[in-house]
Design a protein. Structure first.
Length: 319
């Protein structure tokens, strides 16, 4: 059974639950890595890092609210869920209030995106629209990407590759002397190393989605939601999880072996023992035990991302 309202949750606690705090490391990770790489290249800009973090976290929360709202009103979320409490379905927050929350969040996303668009110009405007719209359509009408097995793809790029590369891009543009609001993509502002580094954040974001989908496979199937485990089964999805976590660790190795980054870039390898614990849990569980695994995945994301960022920053500090 899913976690239900015990009648003692306050209004503030309910809204905190709606933000799904265990997923916040996934929103922070791409910004840390993109900013860390910018620092490594001597182009770090603090205000851009803050603006990118705020915009990405707001977009993440917008996606959560849309998912919570539409899964509830479409009957996908029920008391049979094994996952954490969903505030709309459980009645912790009235449906209309969640709907208003979605409007507020997307208004804030628009406002938070104004400065990045001013700095990054047309490329950032296009990317910002893609991120916001993609986050909505992941769980909202009319496409419901998550219902047809495209959720993993959407999350990999929308909450990993794009925000990390966008953070680096903004700092590269700000340091390039081209001025505000460039029309095109200035040369060298999205180098291959930025894309490779972003794969670590992308892998963790997708990994959290995979754990969530494995846990909810039976209830999703009953509701007609065709996620990857519903479509291809547990074994395929577990292989997918191993692959995306492998990408997480291959990213810093590639930066060291192919692009000549210092050995500091291999610091994330220190998190491998904890990654093994997470992988083992995914390979052996399909039920509410994976709630604990989601929390551990958040811890792993935090640990790895900090180590990765340190591996990018330390060489500049010790020179």
């Amino acid at each position: 059974m899913g976690i239900i309202n015990d009648g003692e949750t306050t209004r503030v606690e309910a809204w905190i639950l709606a933000t799904r705090p265990m997923t916040i490391p996934v929103g922070v990770s791409p910004i840390l890595i993109g900013a860390g790489l910018a620092f490594h290249h001597g182009i770090f800009v603090l205000e851009i890092a803050v603006a990118s973090l705020v915009a990405n976290l707001l977009n993440q929360q917008g996606t959560h609210f849309v998912n919570d709202y539409y899964d509830a009103i479409r009957g996908i979320d029920t008391d049979e869920r094994e996952g954490f409490v969903r505030v709309t379905q459980s009645g912790l927050i009235p449906t209309e209030n969640v709907k208003r929350g979605i409007l507020v969040i997307y208004t804030l996303i628009f406002l938070a995106g104004m400065y990045p668009v001013y700095v990054g110009g047309i490329p950032m405007l296009v990317m910002g629209i893609v991120l916001a719209v993609g986050g909505f359509l992941y769980a909202g009408p009319p496409l419901y990407f998550g219902d047809v097995g495209l959720g993993d793809f959407t999350i990999f790029f929308g909450f990993g590759v794009f925000p990390s590369c966008a953070t680096y891009y903004l700092m590269a543009v700000a340091s390039s002397g081209v001025g505000p609001f460039p029309i095109g993509l200035p040369p060298g502002t999205v180098p291959p190393v930025a894309i490779i580094a972003s794969l670590a954040a992308a892998g963790f974001a997708t990994g959290m989605m995979i754990i969530n989908n494995i846990r909810d496979c039976e209830t999703d199937a009953n509701a007609g939601k065709c996620t990857i485990p519903v479509r291809f089964g547990y074994q395929f999805t577990r292989i997918e999880f191993i692959v995306v976590i492998g990408v997480v660790y291959l990213a810093p190795i590639a930066l060291w072996s192919v692009y000549g980054f210092e050995l500091w870039i291999l610091l994330p390898v220190l998190s491998l023992p904890y990654a093994a614990i997470v992988i083992y849990s995914v390979l052996t569980n399909t039920d509410s035990a994976l709630n604990r695994t989601l929390i551990r995945e958040g811890h792993l994301t935090t640990f790895h991302s900090i180590l990765f960022t340190l591996g990018l920053v330390i060489p500049q500090l010790v020179r």
